[in-house]
Design a protein around this ligand. Structure first.
Ligand SMILES: O=c1[nH]c(=O)c2ncn([C@@H]3O[C@H](COP(=O)(O)OP(=O)(O)OP(=O)(O)O)[C@@H](O)[C@H]3O)c2[nH]1
Ligand SMILES: [Mg+2]
Length: 198
């Protein structure tokens, strides 16, 4: 079976990458399967920069093609926050519940029509000796007034999809994997996947 290395330690992302790549008969190896020795600092100011930083760190070390996902939530009423800081919005350790509480607090009193937001997923591909390239997928929705649903990860319980009348966390994984920002970016990546898995 062909294998692709993904420079992530986020279990929610890994599950979705495994599901979406399994459909193509490709196995996924993540930072949870490898013994990469360093902590990767996400010092970029865009999803593209951070995704390239993560993929390049592993591609340099293993001398193999590597992909990475940098993603997050952009809320229009908060000028695009939490954006690249989505994982650590409430500070310190990554805590999905604290992050969602902070978003809900910051949007108190904001009317439904002004609660527009999108998930963004940028996938970077770094092949040793070549210029990196990226793919960007998005998914539009609204920030709900509270949390609903238990599937998915991150901000999914407060991300409402008017078309489905459900939050992202109420969708089955098959449904999320058809419409999500990550699914959208992976679809674009698949057009070039032979280069990445050699
Ligand atoms: O509800 C959500 N559904 C999603 O589908 C989703 N995708 C991303 N996010 C949020 O954005 C952060 C990414 O930050 P991020 O790209 O730096 O990843 P991370 O730090 O969690 O792991 P790594 O890949 O860097 O190892 C994550 O932690 C989440 O809070 C999502 N939230
Ligand atoms: Mg991260």
């Amino acid at each position: 079976m062909k294998t692709v290395i993904i420079a992530t330690e986020n279990k929610g992302k890994i599950k979705e990458f495994k599901e979406l790549f399994a459909e193509k008969g490709i196995e996924v190896q993540s930072l949870l399967d490898l013994s990469f020795p360093d902590e990767i600092e996400e010092t970029g100011s865009t999803f593209e920069e951070n995704a390239i930083i993560k993929a390049a760190a592993l591609a340099d070390y293993y001398q193999k093609p590597v992909i990475a996902d940098d993603s997050g939530l952009e809320i229009d009423a908060l000028d695009g926050e939490p954006g690249v800081y989505s994982a650590r919005y409430a500070g310190g350790a990554k805590n999905d519940d604290a992050n969602m509480e902070k978003v809900l607090e910051n949007l108190k009193g904001v009317e439904e029509s002004d609660r527009t937001a999108r998930f963004v997923c940028v996938i970077a591909v770094v092949i040793p000796g070549q210029n990196p390239f990226t793919y960007r997928g998005t998914c539009e929705g609204l920030i709900a007034n509270g949390k609903t649903g238990t599937n998915g990860f991150g901000y999914d319980p407060i991300f409402y999809l008017p078309e489905y009348k459900k939050t992202m966390a109420q969708l089955l994984s098959e449904e999320k994997n058809r419409i999500s920002h990550r699914a959208n970016a992976i679809k674009q990546l698949m057009t070039n996947i032979d280069e990445v898995i050699g």
